[in-house]
Design a protein around this ligand. Structure first.
Ligand code: ATP
Length: 137
């Protein structure tokens, strides 16, 4: 069976280098699924969950920004930030979510709402990924 050579790196470290059966990532136009033989493309990454599947095991990561190159037999993800579920500090993400949510609830001219919204999305994604961890499909 054809597989995909998946590589995920951040500026800090290589995170994943595996042969996988399927990948889903938060692309510029929303979540996109990639199976072997996919049409080549480049996409920007948004904030969201990335998962890949090997057999019936799915592994989740939180990713934010960067880009992905999709080729028929290869997916390369260069993410600005990425964490595996087991590396996520849940209390830290909870605190970040609370901070961002409190900021968004304020109505003050000195608030950078886009920045707060991004912080909220990152924190929520981290909590979602930590909750998912590894699941069977
Ligand atoms: P915080 O507000 O908690 O600092 P942040 O969203 O501002 O979070 P980033 O700028 O996205 O943090 O990331 C900075 C570094 O910290 C990255 O290496 C990222 O992987 C790591 N990081 C951020 N939050 C967490 C977390 N909850 N668990 C594990 N690593 C995290």
């Amino acid at each position: 069976m054809a597989t995909i050579a998946l590589e995920i790196v951040t500026p800090d470290r290589p995170l994943v280098r595996e042969q996988v059966d399927e990948v889903e990532l938060p692309g510029a136009e929303g979540y996109m699924g990639v199976l072997p033989g996919h049409t080549p493309l480049l996409t920007l990454l948004q904030v969201g969950e990335l998962w890949y599947r090997r057999g019936n095991e799915k592994t989740y990561l939180a990713v934010a920004f960067g880009f992905a190159e999709v080729l028929p037999d290869r997916v390369t993800v260069l993410a600005q930030v990425a964490e595996r579920a087991e590396d996520i500090d849940v209390p830290r993400a909870q605190a970040a979510l609370q901070r961002a949510t409190a900021r968004l609830a304020q109505n003050a001219s000195d608030i950078d709402y886009d920045r707060a919204r991004i912080a909220q999305q990152k924190a929520q994604t981290r909590l979602d990924v930590a909750a998912h961890a590894r699941t069977r499909v």
